[in-house]
Design a protein around this ligand. Structure first.
Ligand code: HSE
Length: 440
């Protein structure tokens, strides 16, 4: 059978990796796919750079629309990123009857409903393994490998930049700002790291996993998003003393009254495997009712790890593109007319446990007043840690840190209790609250 022809939009880090891995492993890939897969056309604004990657055998243009208009191209790979021109190009490729492979989590998390509907109407596939956790085949696992299960929850370290920063903060006892600068110097963090450090990138990925796990539409606008910028070295140290590590988690969970979808730093027991995922690595835990707990680990970014996911999608399309569209794996795992309308819950209805750090006057009755407020709210305390005032504020200090771990409670109840504790004159600074996930 003649090779399937692929057009590539954007040949930066991931595009180059895709080209090289396809070339290097072409024979094995052909034996798996049942036919060859060839990138025959590349569009990039930097034509010279593109040419230096692909040589003279591949047509290079600076106009992405020329690729979409080429009738010989069967699959378009979109590696431009962002919501702007990438959205128009993906929709135009679909309208032209091309299958699309993309690593663009932002685009799909925000505009996925429109894009998947357009693809279904046209009978083409939009594949996005590379959009979540880079080289880890988590989309394949959720959509196909775990298809027998009622998924109960997913919790993932799905942003390598923030995991690198948190690992460095813990290892070196440094504060966030210092480590961020170092991460930028080493090239681990982007010059503008906002999407990573504010949790937005992780929320895009969690949104996609949530849709696939629970058969709900992609709803990035409903995700709760909190990054790592406010974490201090002190909190990481206290967590460690209590047997926990702090990780930025993307969590989605089936609850009685809806679906939780949230990204925030969380204390995780140090003995869990996922708590020991260090540096820029990614890991995703999935709990299914039949399979129990599963864990997927690997590189969440980088040229060839991400190319690995892109090419897996190309192979799927090469195998399935002649199949009846109704027989293909649905974009979001569930048939489009079988989607659930379970609501994504507001954060005030989420149930979890908490780490609280209160800077308090070191005087009689303070602990009793604080615990009295928690008891009054029906919040059960799991552990309390109080450091000596000298250790916290230096010799002769009159204030200290009070650390409280709670059992599960509803976030709205915790919000009210925190407001009440904050109003105590003996509470001297804004209370730090970090959620705690046992992941048992
Ligand atoms: N910037 C992401 C990360 C990789 O740090 O994991 C691409 O989503």
């Amino acid at each position: 059978m003649k090779p399937i022809q692929v057009g590539l939009l954007g040949i930066g880090t991931v595009g180059s990796g895709t080209f090289h891995v396809l070339q290097r492993n072409q024979e094995e890939i052909r034996r798996r796919a049942g036919r060859g897969i060839e990138i025959t056309m590349v569009a990039d604004l930097d034509v010279a750079r593109a040419r230096s990657v692909v040589g003279d055998q591949v047509q290079v243009v600076n106009d992405a629309r020329a690729v979409i208009a080429n009738p010989d191209i069967d699959i378009v790979i979109e590696l431009i990123g962002g919501y702007g021109v990438a959205k128009s190009l993906v929709l135009e490729a679909i309208a032209a009857g091309k299958h699309v492979v993309t690593a663009n989590k932002a685009l799909l998390a925000v505009h996925g409903t429109e894009i998947f509907a357009a693809a279904s109407a046209k009978g083409v596939m939009v594949a996005f393994e590379a959009a979540v956790a880079g080289g880890i085949p988590i989309i394949k696992a959720l959509r196909e490998g775990l298809t027998a299960n009622a998924i109960q929850w997913i919790a993932g370290i799905i942003n390598g930049t923030t995991n690198f920063i948190l690992s460095e903060m813990r290892d070196k006892g440094l504060d966030f700002d210092v480590v961020l600068k170092e991460a930028q110097r080493l090239g681990y963090a982007e010059a503008d790291p906002t999407f990573d450090i504010e949790g937005v990138d992780a929320a895009h990925k969690a949104t996609l996993m949530s849709a696939i796990a629970f058969g709900i539409p992609v709803q990035f606008d409903k995700a709760y998003v909190e990054g790592i910028t406010k974490l201090s070295a002190a909190d990481i140290r206290y967590a460690e003393q209590l047997g926990y590590r702090i990780k930025l988690l993307g969590i989605t969970k089936r609850a009685a009254n809806g679906i939780e979808l949230r990204v925030h730093p969380a204390l995780v027991p140090a003995k869990r495997l996922i708590a020991n995922v260090e540096g820029a690595m990614n890991a995703v835990m999935v709990q299914g009712d039949a399979v129990g707990t599963t864990l997927y680990y690997g590189k969440g970014a980088g040229s060839e790890p991400t190319a690995s996911a892109v090419i897996a999608d190309l192979v799927d399309i090469a195998r399935l593109h002649t199949a009846d569209a109704a027989q293909r794996v649905p974009h979001l795992a569930f048939q489009p007319d079988e989607m659930s309308d379970a609501p994504v819950l507001p954060m005030s209805q989420v149930v979890t446990s908490y780490y609280l750090r209160l800077s308090v006057s070191d005087e009689a009755g303070v602990l009793a007043r604080v615990t009295g407020i928690l008891a009054g709210a029906g919040i059960s305390i799991d552990a309390v840690l109080q450091r000596e005032a000298d250790e916290v504020g230096g010799e002769g200090s009159t204030h200290t840190d009070l650390i409280i771990l709670t059992h599960d409670t509803v976030e709205g109840t915790m919000d009210r209790a925190i407001a009440e504790m904050q109003a105590l004159p003996t509470v001297l600074a804004p209370i730090t609250r970090i959620r705690k996930e046992e992941l048992a």
